[in-house]
Design a binder for this molecule. Structure first.
Ligand SMILES: [Zn+2]
Length: 450
C-alpha cells in the first residue's frame, strides 16, 4: 500500500490491519506539527548529498529576482529591490521580514541561480516564521534566467497547512538538473505584522564535490591549503568585522599595505625590528635614527643640532650611513663605528639546550600576554600565555615556539638551496628572453565573479 505524499492528493481512507485509522470523520491532524518532530529519514534509491556546512544546495546561491502577485490585476510585480532576498540562501539565521495585513494572502516567487546545471534538487525545505498558513508551493526550473523557455515544473502543491514558526519539507515530483529555479509560494498571517521567510534549503543528489566548488565561500586542495573560490575576488574580514591577530610563519605576498588608521600603527618596534626594508622611494614625515649621540664627539644630539650623514659601511649593493654633527663632519668616524662585529648566522646551527632571554612582554587582553624571547642563536619567538602562567609553563611554550621556528628556518633554507640549484639552469635559459603575447581586449575583462 502506498500513501499519497503530503498534501499532493486527498487521503480519504486508510485501513491498517482491519482498523480504519483515516476516514471522513477520523482526520489526521498532525501535519502542521511535522516541523517539530525529529528529522525525517527518507529511505529511497537516490543518494542525497549533504554538504558539510549545511544540508543546503542553495547555500550562497544568488536570489537574483523576486516578484509578488497582484491578485487584483492578475499580474506579477517585481519586488527584487524591496527586500534583501539573498538572505534566503545565506546559511544563517537571517530572515526577510515582510510587513503584511492580517488575513491577506501574499503570493511571491523567487528566482535562484544555482550557478551551474546538474544539481539534481530532490527536496526543498522552506523555513518561515510568523505565518498562519501556507497554501501553495510550486517549484519550476529553466535553463533561462528569465524563464522564457524550457520551463519544467517539479512540484505543484496547493493545500492549507497551518503553522506559525515552521520548516516545510517538500519532496519534489522529479529532480531538476537546470541552472535556474523558481519557487512560488502563498503565505498568510492572520494578524497585522511581519511575515518572516528565513531560508530556502535544497537537498540534492549532486556529487558533493560540485556543491563545495560552486557554492562555498572558500575552497581547498588535497593538502588542506585553503583559498578563495575565485582569484582576487573575496575578502577576509571587513572594516567592522576584523580578525584579531594574524600570525604568518613564512612569506606574505600582497598588494598595497595600509594601516587601519592614519598615523597610528607601527611596523616593527624597538625590540622587534625588521632586518632590511627595500623600497624604491621612501616618502616619510620625520626621519628617525637609532643613534642618540654623535659617534664623533660622543655628545648627545639635542634639538636644533645640524647633522650630516656619514658613510659607515660600503656593501656591494648599498651604503650604510649614520648621523654626526655638521661640525664633527671633517673628522673621521671612530674605528669601532666603521667595522661591524662579525655576525654569523647561528640560526641554522643545532644548539643543544639553548639559553634564552625574555626581551619583551605586552598585554594581549585582560587574561593573556604576549612574551618575546631571544635565544642564543639569534632566533626570536613570540608566544601568547596566560597572565597567571608559571615560569615552567612559559618556558615550555617558548621551547615549543623555538623548535617550530628553528625547524621552519632550517627547512626554508633547505628549500631555498634546492630551488636555487634548479633555478640555475632555468635562469641561464630564460633571463634576457624577449617575446610578445597576443591579447584581445575582451580577454582583459574579468569573467563574471562567482
Ligand atoms: Zn659631534
Amino acid at each position: 500500500m502506498v500513501l499519497p505524499p503530503q498534501g499532493r492528493e486527498s487521503l480519504n481512507r486508510l485501513i491498517i490491519r482491519g482498523t480504519e485509522v483515516v476516514s471522513s470523520n477520523r482526520v489526521l491532524r498532525n501535519i502542521e506539527r511535522f516541523e517539530a518532530k525529529r528529522p525525517l529519514i527518507v529511505v529511497c534509491s537516490d543518494v542525497i548529498s549533504l554538504p558539510p556546512l549545511s544540508v543546503n544546495i542553495f547555500g550562497f546561491c544568488p536570489v537574483y529576482k523576486a516578484e509578488e502577485y497582484d491578485f487584483a490585476t492578475g499580474t506579477w510585480t517585481d519586488v527584487t529591490a524591496n527586500y534583501d532576498w539573498n538572505l534566503l540562501t545565506d546559511l544563517k539565521g537571517t530572515e526577510v521580514a515582510i510587513s503584511t495585513t492580517g488575513g491577506v494572502d501574499r503570493r511571491f516567487r523567487v528566482y535562484i541561480d544555482l550557478l551551474g546545471s546538474w544539481i539534481y534538487i530532490s527536496a526543498i525545505m522552506f523555513c518561515v516564521r510568523k505565518i498562519n498558513a501556507l497554501s501553495e508551493f510550486v517549484v519550476e526550473a529553466s535553463s533561462y534566467s528569465n524563464f522564457s523557455a524550457d520551463v519544467s515544473t517539479h512540484l505543484n502543491w496547493t493545500g492549507n497547512v497551518s503553522s506559525w514558526d515552521a520548516h516545510f519539507y517538500f519532496w519534489l515530483d522529479s529532480d531538476s538538473n537546470k541552472r535556474y529555479i523558481r519557487i512560488t509560494f502563498t503565505i498568510r498571517r492572520d494578524t497585522d505584522g511581519d511575515i518572516c521567510i528565513k531560508q530556502i534549503l535544497g537537498l540534492s543528489r549532486a556529487p558533493p564535490g560540485i556543491l563545495f566548488e560552486r557554492h562555498y565561500p572558500f575552497s581547498w586542495d588535497k593538502n588542506r591549503n585553503i583559498y578563495p573560490v575565485a582569484d582576487n575576488s573575496k575578502d577576509l574580514g571587513t572594516s567592522s568585522r576584523r580578525w584579531r591577530d594574524l600570525w604568518v610563519g613564512r612569506d606574505v605576498h600582497s598588494g598595497s599595505i595600509y594601516p587601519n588608521a592614519d598615523n597610528t600603527y607601527d611596523i616593527g618596534s624597538s625590540t622587534l625590528r625588521w632586518a632590511n626594508v627595500y623600497a624604491v622611494n621612501v616618502i616619510t614625515g620625520d626621519i628617525g635614527f637609532e643613534e642618540l649621540s654623535c659617534p664623533v664627539c660622543g655628545q648627545q644630539f639635542k634639538v636644533n643640532d645640524s647633522i650630516v650623514l656619514k658613510v659607515r659601511k660600503v656593501d656591494s649593493d648599498k651604503i650604510l650611513c649614520i648621523p654626526v654633527h655638521t661640525t664633527c663632519n671633517p673628522h673621521e668616524l671612530p674605528e669601532e663605528e666603521i667595522t661591524e662585529p662579525p655576525q654569523e648566522d647561528k640560526r641554522l646551527e643545532i644548539i643543544p639546550n639553548p639559553s634564552f632571554e625574555i626581551t619583551a612582554i605586552e598585554p594581549a587582553d585582560e587574561n593573556r600576554m604576549y612574551i618575546q624571547a631571544k635565544f642564543e642563536d639569534g632566533i626570536v619567538v613570540w608566544i601568547t600565555a596566560d597572565i597567571e602562567a608559571s615560569e615552567d609553563e612559559i618556558t615550555e611554550k617558548l621551547k615549543e615556539a623555538y623548535v617550530n621556528e628553528k625547524r621552519r628556518i632550517i627547512e626554508d633554507e633547505e628549500r631555498k638551496r634546492k630551488g636555487a640549484e634548479k633555478l640555475k639552469m632555468i635562469k641561464e635559459r630564460l633571463i634576457g628572453m624577449k617575446k610578445k603575447v597576443e591579447i584581445k581586449a575582451d580577454e582583459i575583462k574579468r569573467a563574471e565573479a562567482v
